[in-house]
Design a protein around this ligand. Structure first.
Ligand code: SF4
Length: 357
């Protein structure tokens, strides 16, 4: 048995895979065949790759691993949303309650699209007060391969088929894991990879101005979403610890730079927390912010998290909030609440699985 540490196949570009094959004295065209098996036919075992000889398959299985994650929970909501809890410890390790290696990813189907919501880190360093993912801080960054594997795993689930949209709105702050997220986006977008249009990939950030500028400067036509969640600095600091270091004005400056540089509109994400940030005065303030950035606003009704004090907003408050924004000329949508019966709030399934909520 070889003592080579296998390389995760989802970490490799076609060029890198071809180079590895050459080093292993395998014909270069084999790398193309392997990529087709992985990305087109979505197989997860070397034995299934029948146009490769047995000896080559054995060699490949010693040098590469297809799956790094193990699905430890799979939940299906009554509305068709599916959620996976993936453990990255290694398939042979015992897995019961260890959250330090687990992330969540979600498939959200609708009539017009199939959206994969994926994680970029294990846990989250931001620690938003209303969010289950940040309650225990961050344990580690995911590699680009681990990020791509989530999309791939979701696409393989029965009845899913082709994924149309990807959103980085699961666990983690994507721009705090910048290089791996950018590489993963390239793989998700590549024709030889997942083949999903870059415009249908949304990276959502709580706001790191320098990284927003960096993202604007590279040629990656993704959609950027800023998780604002409060229309003024005082309230934002109460909800988002990182708002102590970054003001809304600084975020707006970075957002304007992104818009000027790329020509792409930014979306502001705003979680409505009952009686906290969902009142009319907040809507008027938010309208000003959105108009200064010429951005769309997505309103998201909070999904309650066991052990946290925040409440889901009243429907009448949500509708009144939306109306103010619309009256002020802001392009606003209320995002449909999906998968509420399966621990829908991000990070909740992981804690539930570990018995911490
Ligand atoms: S809401 Fe997003 S940024 Fe905030 S703690 Fe949760 S995962 Fe992190």
């Amino acid at each position: 048995m070889s003592d080579v540490v296998p390389t995760h196949i989802f970490d490799l570009t076609p060029e890198a895979l071809t180079d590895s094959f050459k080093a292993m004295r395998l014909p270069a065209f084999r790398s193309k065949q392997v990529l087709q098996w992985i990305y087109e036919k979505q197989v997860d075992s070397w034995d299934t790759m029948t146009n490769l000889g047995k000896a080559d398959r054995v060699k490949l299985s010693e040098h590469f691993t297809i799956l790094r994650g193990q699905t430890v929970r799979h939940q299906l909501a009554t509305d068709g949303v599916q959620k996976l809890l993936v453990d990255w410890s290694g398939a042979k390790l015992p897995i019961v309650t260890n959250t330090s290696n687990q992330t969540e990813c979600v498939m959200i189907p609708s009539e017009s699209r199939k959206t994969a919501c994926i994680s970029s880190q294990v846990g989250c360093p931001v620690g938003c007060k209303f969010c289950a993912s940040g309650l225990d801080g961050v344990d580690q960054n995911l590699t680009s391969g681990q990020i791509v594997e989530q999309v791939w795993q979701l696409a393989r689930m029965q009845g899913v088929g082709r994924i149309s949209n990807v959103v980085f709105m699961g666990m983690g702050e994507p721009l705090a894991n910048f290089n791996e997220v950018v590489k993963a986006v390239q793989f998700i977008n590549a024709p030889w990879g997942m083949g999903i249009s870059a415009r249908k990939i949304t990276v959502s950030t709580v706001g790191l101005p320098a990284q927003i500028r960096r993202l604007a400067d590279i040629d990656l036509p993704i959609t950027l979403a800023i998780s604002l969640h409060a229309p003024n600095d005082d309230l934002r600091r109460q909800l988002i610890p990182w708002a102590d270091y970054v003001s809304i004005a600084q975020l707006l400056e970075a957002g304007q730079y992104f818009f000027r540089k790329t020509g792409r509109e930014i979306t502001l994400e705003y979680i409505l927390l009952g009686r906290v940030n969902d009142q009319l005065e907040h809507a008027y303030e938010l309208a000003k912010v959105a108009r200064s950035l010429r951005s769309n606003v997505n309103l998201i009704r909070y999904n309650e998290v066991t052990g946290l004090p925040y409440k889901r907003p009243d429907t009448k408050d949500v509708l009144a909030f939306e109306e103010v924004l619309r009256d002020k000329g802001v392009n606003v949508h209320i995002r449909a609440s999906r998968g509420r019966d399966i621990a829908a709030a991000c990070g909740q399934l992981r804690r539930e699985n570990a018995g911490t909520c």
